[in-house]
Write a protein that binds this ligand. Structure first.
Ligand SMILES: O=C(O)CCC(=O)C(=O)O
Ligand SMILES: [Fe+2]
Length: 267
């Protein structure tokens, strides 16, 4: 991707003086707005704080991606879809054209990457990583600049005690996966693909697996690309004893996650 493409991405994210569509970046906040108000330019949001997960290449966490108000607004948008009215329903998927709120969420993800501040220690201590991914280390530019950024949505609802077992997302999805967490915090564990993962073989060879725990607060955004997407499994085990952070078992509530992916181009 050349500099012209990068400039186009930046224009798309920040708009220019004649670009009124910039308002859609504010969509999550504008949802409750008074319709009589004239269109306004979105207030520049505070730079989100990104942290690399040091052990895992391509794994980034934005803990303050959504404000409490934005979380409430996003949750209402999900609930208004009516997917989870029946107690037996805990998952919804959409392909292709996504609900407006999910498109707004995608736009906000792109914006958060473009505005992202990442922790200076990382810059100082990982000059190799910095060189590899010079312009946008959080998400490679060829992913950040694709259109659409995501065309597949999956919303999962987990009751306390429920989670998802270790997996690498299917290869039918391309690189660059985003997960937004709502309601309950949780710990997502990552395991290198080469490591054993099933309980039976674990017991047999008694090798402790090296799992990397990542704490996902409500309103956070995880981005996986490259090794994090293809060479690490992720899982959420919410059975008693597995959601422990700094020695404290997390208080589990219902959790809703929104995963955004892009279908791979068919060969
Ligand atoms: O719920 C989550 O946070 C993860 C969901 C997930 O990994 C998936 O749907 O592939
Ligand atoms: Fe997954």
């Amino acid at each position: 991707m050349d500099g012209g493409d990068a400039a186009a991405i930046l224009r798309q994210a920040f708009g220019d003086s004649s670009d009124e569509e910039g308002d859609q970046l504010d969509g999550l906040e504008a949802r409750d707005g008074d319709e009589r108000e004239p269109p306004r330019r979105p207030a520049p949001r505070q730079s989100p704080t990104w942290a690399p997960i040091e052990e895992i290449d391509g794994l980034w966490l934005c803990g303050d991606f959504l404000s409490p108000e934005q979380q409430r607004s996003l949750l209402s948008a999900v609930e208004e879809e009516g997917w989870f009215i029946e107690a037996s329903h805990n998952q919804a998927m959409r392909f292709g054209s996504l609900p407006a709120w999910a498109t707004e969420l995608s736009n906000s993800i792109r914006e958060a990457v473009l505005l992202g501040d990442f922790v200076p220690e990382f810059e100082l201590s990982n000059s190799d990583a910095r060189e590899d991914t010079s312009l946008f280390p959080i998400l490679p530019l060829e992913l950040l600049g694709r259109e659409p950024l995501f065309d597949q949505l999956i919303v999962n609802l987990y009751h306390p005690g429920e989670g998802i077992c270790a997996h690498v997302d299917l290869m039918r999805f391309g690189d660059g996966i985003a997960i937004v967490s709502l309601e309950s915090p949780c710990i997502m564990h990552f395991t290198w693909v080469g490591d054993t993962c099933n309980t039976s073989s674990e017991v047999e060879n008694e090798q402790p697996m090296s799992k990397v725990p990542v704490y996902l607060p409500p309103g956070s955004l995880v981005l996986m690309s490259g090794e994090a997407r293809y060479l690490w499994k992720h899982e959420i085990n919410r059975k008693p004893g597995f959601q422990v952070w700094h020695g404290q078992e997390l208080d589990q509530k219902r959790r809703i996650s929104i995963t955004l992916r892009k279908l791979s181009i068919a060969e």
